[in-house]
Write a protein that binds this ligand. Structure first.
Ligand code: G6P
Length: 625
């Protein structure tokens, strides 16, 4: 959702900024730009399109200088044009600014600036308003008069940023440079992430540490309302209200190699193939054979508090919510605690009745999704214990929650979430096991679940071996205009997730439904050129799924079925293509059934020539509402 990189140091800024932007391209790729400052002024290159196009532009006319800012955009206000690409400038043309977020009152601020004759706007963005406002405040204040001594240019710029942001309603992560103030940049955040990278005689700003981890692993994760003034060899963090701010320099837990593609053609494929490890890491140290239960110390809850939980709300967006929907089935089945999975964007604005002992889980890979963060804050405001299930340990959701469980899945770069989904489902299984063992689950039940969980990494290896045969199935259906996905019980959310994966990266129309809903309307869509994908492992509802498949077959609809090893015979004459995964407990099966469907969407997208890692119109982390 827009990526920012800033640099102040002794090296040429251009290659560092470009390299950082490439790492952040998953956050948006509508347009990109840089502003690099040298003794002569600000050199700007910006254009609509991908970072590769900006790189071409920069290669034609290389900008030179040792400090600068840059941006990759996911458009919110204003079309995707060269003019709307960041950086944006103030009236003097000396102050450049990049922004991630939404200035909600930009229209009112813009009208005021125009009325006062302070600005000519060249873009339709909300961001340009902020550049003009800061520039105006910088030019008109702090120069001293009879009563007050003049402030330094650096202090004046910090004061101008502070004063401007105090007028802003909305969210922002920003970076600002001014050509009159050498080797200096300012960053600030509210609602959009911003990290300070601390190097040796060089410092960085970035929306995400992955942009700068090749240069430094020392990072300060800024808090909302922090303003940081950055020079080559020092930085100062203050708060929006004035005064100092607390901060901590932390070590980034991954390296630049971890965020490479390795030998894989796409991040998405690499991440699908990482699942034996990511699933293992999600449960590492969290299974107790002795207690036949899970150990989740990060929840920060005593056994008595866990036992007293009367209701659970699981919230998130996109793939994370689909994992939450599986959690709803899991927790109710294993622990009999009433559980509801709810879109974060709905939950935060709805007046959901919540009883006293309601526990809220906010699930988010990035930990920065604006809607999920909003839901977390609303839940906390109402006084409910709110826990996070996040991958990004330094994220806002991880930091603002009352406790939680980290996924430890490693960086996920492909825009379509894959390994984060299976890690989230594993963690929700652990939560269900823990709550179940505090209630009625026996030690034998607990041991059986632990055994099934421990077998998963090996079973996932087996599923991954099917990649080539799944590719062949995907090729066979490459001319389809759309697809339907069906599943029941624990595998109904897998149908939703599989349809989402297909939509995201192939742009084909796809829907997920509970299999039995077929006959209540969806059946009208069935025709010979619309394939239906059934997720039907050999579980308690296998025969019911079989009935639903017959209903599709009778109407000449092609069927692909993801089932359990040993079921192919029963599907003969019904399913046109069968993909079999190893057997496991019914409620653990989604972790195995989703993987062939991730591979199916991947291979189909490649076959259709789609940009798998950077699909049209999407961004990995959506930090606006
Ligand atoms: C975006 C992405 C989805 C993702 C969702 C939630 O919409 O395109 O792939 O599932 O955000 O992301 P989160 O980081 O909160 O898990």
């Amino acid at each position: 959702m827009c990526g920012i990189v800033g640099y102040v140091g002794r090296s040429e800024a251009a290659p560092i900024l470009l390299d950082g932007l490439r790492r952040l391209e998953y956050r948006g790729y509508d347009s990109a730009g840089v502003a690099i400052v040298n003794g002569k002024g600000v050199e700007t290159r910006k254009c609509a399109g991908r970072i590769a196009e900006l790189a071409n532009l920069m290669a034609e006319q290389p900008p030179s200088g040792n400090y600068g800012i840059s941006h990759t955009r996911w458009a919110t206000h204003g079309k995707v044009t060269d003019d709307n690409a960041h950086p944006h400038f103030d009236a003097s043309g000396k102050l450049a600014l990049v922004h991630n977020g939404v200035i909600e009152n930009y229209q009112a601020l813009k009208e005021e600036l125009i009325r006062d004759g302070d600005a000519d706007f060249v873009s339709d963005t909300d961001t340009e308003v902020l550049a003009h406002l800061i520039g105006k405040l910088y030019d008109t204040s702090g120069r001293g008069n009879g009563n007050t001594p003049p402030q330094s240019e650096k202090s004046r710029l910090v004061a101008a940023v502070r004063a401007a942001l105090q007028q802003v309603i909305g969210t922002y992560g920003i970076a600002v440079v001014h050509s009159d103030i050498p080797d200096f940049m300012i960053g600030a955040r509210r609602g959009s992430p911003l990290v300070l990278g601390v190097g040796k005689e060089e410092n960085f700003l970035a929306s995400d540490v992955s942009a700068i981890v090749a240069y430094t692993r020392d990072a300060v994760y800024l808090n909302d309302f922090d303003i940081v003034a950055v020079e080559r060899d020092r930085f100062e963090i203050s708060s929006l209200a004035g005064g100092g701010a607390d901060y901590r320099v932390s070590k980034v837990e991954f390296t630049a190699e971890d965020i490479g593609k390795g030998d894989f053609p796409h991040y998405m494929l690499k991440e699908i193939f990482e699942q034996p490890n990511s699933v293992r890491d999600a449960m590492r140290g969290r299974l107790s054979s002795e207690e036949c239960s899970a150990k989740l110390g990060g929840l920060n809850m005593t056994p008595a508090e866990l036992r007293d939980v009367e209701r659970i709300v699981v919230t998130g967006c996109g793939t994370a919510l689909h994992a939450g929907r599986i959690g709803e089935y899991l927790i109710e089945q294993l622990a009999q605690v009433p559980t509801e999975a709810e879109f974060a964007s709905e939950f935060r604005h709805r007046n959901t009745p919540m009883i006293g002992n309601t526990l809220v889980f906010a699930i988010s890979q990035s930990g920065e999704t604006a809607d999920t963060l909003g839901a977390l804050r609303e839940s906390k405001r109402k006084g409910y214990r709110t826990l996070g299930i996040c991958n990004n340990v330094a994220s806002t959701i991880a930091r603002e929650s009352d406790g939680g469980v980290y996924m430890h899945a490693g960086p996920e770069i492909g825009v379509a979430a894959t390994k984060s989904f299976t890690s989230q489902v594993v963690i929700l299984t652990l939560v269900a096991l823990l709550l179940g063992r505090m209630r009625h689950l026996s030690t034998a039940d607990g041991s059986e679940i632990i055994e099934a969980l421990e077998a998963l990494p090996g079973q996932i290896e087996q599923v991954l071996k099917l990649s080539d045969s799944i590719k062949a199935v995907a090729k066979k259906y490459a001319s389809a205009n759309g697809m339907l996905f069906f599943g029941r019980q624990h595998n109904y959310p897998v149908a939703l997730e599989a349809a989402l994966k297909l939509k995201e990266i192939t742009y084909l129309f796809a829907e997920g439904h509970p299999s039995a809903e077929l006959k209540h309307g969806i059946i009208a869509l069935i025709r010979p050129d619309l394939p239906s994908v059934f997720i039907a492992p050999d579980d308690a509802v296998f025969s019911k799924n079989l009935n639903n498949m017959e209903q599709v077959k009778a109407r000449k609809g092609p069927i692909i079925c993801v089932t359990s090893d040993g079921c192919a015979e029963k599907l003969k004459g019904i399913a046109d293509d069968v993909i079999s995964v190893p057997r496991t407990l019914d409620f653990i099966s989604p972790i195995l059934t989703v993987i062939p469907l991730q591979l199916f969407a991947y291979h189909l997208a490649v076959e259709l020539g789609r940009d798998v890692d950077k699909p049209r119109n999407l961004a990995k982390s959506v930090t606006v509402e």
